[in-house]
Design a protein around this ligand. Structure first.
Ligand code: SAM
Length: 204
């Protein structure tokens, strides 16, 4: 997966590549999908949701430019795979999921694999996690119509956020940076994510 899908497409960050080699992706998909776990595509995880394509997980992780010391907020735990990858390249991951059954399953996998630096909760992630803010980095793994203001407010300064923004069907993956109180936004590439549903996202 790493040598054929990630390196040739420009994933070069050593920490990201090491995490993608280390985290057992097959643990995060249903047994019936196990043989497809390392394929170059997203996979269904139930409740109409998906585990992202390995390249997209690596691209988003690399874009955060992590050093290993950061406190990172992820919105959209889903299978738990992206949180697991993040947990290998930063100090602590806070992850929020809105669908109870998905979080219950992801928590069991975190426990089984002893990923002890992942803290999770059920909530509308578009309002962030105010009690634990600020976050050095924020990663949103569902696509919304605009950048939720609570997430901008909860970014550290300096801080980074990677988030897909656009229509319900297609989005631009954006790198949002906060520096000296100023916000800048760069486009990374076009992506297709499931909808970010919540008070600062799409209606259900
Ligand atoms: N990071 C996930 C993984 O590695 O499997 C990707 C999961 S999927 C692409 C996006 C997830 O975002 C879904 O599980 C969905 O339920 C969740 N989601 C959508 N809107 C949300 C919100 N407002 N708050 C929290 N989770 C949300």
């Amino acid at each position: 997966m790493v040598d054929e899908q990630l390196v040739p497409r420009g994933i070069v960050d050593p920490a990201t590549l090491a995490a993608m080699r280390q985290v057992p992706r097959h643990e995060f998909v249903d047994d019936a999908m196990g043989s497809k776990a390392y394929g170059d595509h997203p996979l269904p995880i139930g409740s109409g949701q998906t585990i992202s394509q390995p390249y997209i997980v690596a691209l988003m992780t690399q874009a955060l430019g992590l050093s290993g010391r950061e406190k990172v907020l992820e919105i959209g735990t889903g299978s738990g795979y992206q949180a697991a990858v993040l947990s290998r390249v930063c100090a602590r991951v806070y992850t929020i999921e809105r669908i109870d059954s998905l979080l219950v399953r992801a928590r069991k996998i975190f426990d089984r694999l002893h990923y002890l630096n992942i803290i999770s909760r059920i909530d509308d992630g578009t309002i962030g996690w105010p009690d634990e803010a600020p976050f050095d980095d924020i990663l949103v793994t569902a696509g919304g119509p605009e950048i939720p203001q609570p997430l901008i407010d909860q970014m550290a300064d300096p801080g980074r956020m990677v988030i897909p923004i656009g229509s319900r069907e297609v989005q631009e993956l954006q790198l949002v940076q906060k520096q000296d109180g100023q916000i800048s936004v760069e486009s990374i590439e076009y992506v297709r994510f499931v909808n970010l549903i919540g008070s600062h996202g799409w209606a259900a």
